[in-house]
Design a protein around this ligand. Structure first.
Ligand code: MV4
Length: 451
């Protein structure tokens, strides 16, 4: 097992990783920017090294500074968390060159899923269903229009270097093709320095359902069931749950098998997530694969009762996994508490938290690095806490979540708590009736006293 793990991240996930390391008896090193001196991940790690100023480029994204912290502390493994360097194949490669274990997949596995056309092509060869569309990159508008007419409008243009919604354009007719093509290329070039574009059929009102998988160094891959992440706004997930209210036993079997085939196709090592679009007829299509631990891993932990960070560390140390697939026997929901004002278009609301009381009680979990009198720096992600509830059924879980949200006191900044309170009373949400466009016309109503 590892002698010391450096956590190349901040916030709740850094703390989450430190907790598991402690339980496993592995000493930890936190790295932090000067804006994060007062964060709990710095306090709870065994050692902490300041790696630079607030700007991510000069701290959490700065590979030489992180490697310097590894060297002075003698860590033998790095956990990258999510975001920052978690899916940076060059970073994983540098770790290997230094003889440091990167807790995650290999650089080759990361690269295969990082380029969307390569990923899609790999999935086709593995027999995983994909959305009909171009085979590889589009050469020009003429070829794009030809394929669009073959598969039928509407179509969607996507950047091969994209993901998470950037550089995507929906096209409804030949007339609109050229302008969307130009915009998609410009956006892709500006965001990823790669203007490669491909086209596929636009699936209307899909659900986003993802399958958690785990693969070990000995070729075993299993799945840990699904999460429904359809409740999102501008590609930012706000609520995740497991199981999906849309799931059926035969669909889970098919999607689980497809996700395992995806993992096996790239000899996947680590925990990972295979994202699918699911249409109203329950057809499912591979969308992308995330080669990291995700924010919403907690709902899976709650329904299968396993620590996924512990699994990551064991897999990285070469321990074989059982190979058993897991089916949830309970229901879990996670809501993201962001420092944003839901009454004003979710605009960021950083600043000092004047009072903080988190909900408690049976089946309630809060993952956070913040506390009363803590100042949320404006430089990073706005997520300040995750509230996760678990109960026997979805209905009970929603009731528990509503109760827990009522107990949440966060004063001094605006948060997404009022949004979640309304969602837990929303008729369509209660029925499990939603897709990825659900929040486009969600009405927050009036701010109540105390909100
Ligand atoms: C799509 C799609 C419809 N049809 N692809 C958005 C993020 C990126 N990973 C892929 N995305 C989509 N791809 C086809 N062929 C709709 C989306 C999409 C979406 C997907 C998941 C969750 C939320 C979304 C919101 C808008 C669009």
């Amino acid at each position: 097992m590892f002698k010391k793990i450096l956590i190349a991240n901040r916030g709740e996930i850094a703390l989450r990783i430190i907790r598991t390391c402690k339980e496993m008896g592995i000493p930890t090193v936190a790295v932090y920017s000067s804006a994060d001196r007062e964060s709990l991940h710095v306090r709870f790690a065994d050692e902490a090294v300041c790696i630079g100023p607030a700007s991510s480029a000069e701290s959490y994204l700065n590979i030489p500074r992180i490697m310097a912290a590894v060297e002075i502390t003698n860590a033998d493994a790095i956990h990258p968390g999510y975001g920052f360097l978690a899916e940076n194949a060059d970073f994983a490669e540098v770790c290997t060159e230094y003889g440091i274990k990167f807790i995650g997949p290999t650089p080759t596995q990361i690269r295969k899923m990082g380029d969307k056309i390569t990923a899609k092509d790999t999935m086709i060869k593995a027999g995983v269903p994909v959305v009909p569309g171009s085979e590889g990159l589009l050469k020009d508008v003429k070829q794009g229009k030809k394929i669009a007419n073959e598969i039928g409008y509407p179509v969607i243009l996507k950047a091969t270097a994209g993901g998470g919604g950037k550089g995507m354009r929906v096209v409804w007719s030949d007339e609109e093709f050229q302008e969307n093509w130009d915009k998609a290329r410009q956006e892709a070039k500006a965001s990823f320095a790669n203007d490669g574009i491909y086209v596929e059929k636009f699936i209307e009102e899909p659900r986003h359902i993802e399958i958690q998988i785990a693969g070990d160094q000995h070729g075993t891959v299993c799945h840990l069931s699904e999460r429904d992440c359809s409740i999102q706004r501008r590609h930012q997930k706000l609520v995740e749950e497991s199981p999906s209210p849309f799931m059926t036993r035969p669909l889970r079997k098919k999607m689980g098998d497809a996700a395992i085939a995806a993992g096996k196709a790239i000899n996947y090592e680590g925990v990972g997530t295979v994202e699918f679009l699911v249409d109203k007829h329950r057809n499912f299509y591979f969308m992308e694969m995330n080669t990291r631990i995700q924010v919403e891993h907690t709902v899976t932990e709650e329904v299968i009762d396993h620590d996924l960070i512990k699994e990551q560390i064991k897999i990285a140390a070469g321990v074989p996994i059982s190979g058993k697939n897991y089916i949830p026997t309970m229901h879990a929901i996670e809501v993201r508490i962001n420092a944003e004002d839901p009454f004003h278009n979710f605009r960021p609301s950083p600043g000092k938290i004047l009072s903080f009381h988190s909900p408690k009680g049976h089946g309630v979990r809060v993952d956070t690095h913040v506390y009363a009198m803590y100042t949320i720096p404006p430089h990073y992600d706005s997520m300040i806490a995750k509230l996760i509830c678990r109960a026997q059924t979805r209905e009970e879980c929603i009731k528990k979540m509503a109760r827990a949200l009522d107990e949440f006191i966060i004063e001094g900044i605006k948060t997404t708590v009022p949004f979640h309170k309304r969602l837990m009373k929303n008729e369509q949400f209660l029925k499990g009736n939603f897709h990825t466009g659900f929040l486009n016309d969600f009405d927050m109503g009036e701010r109540q006293e105390g909100e």
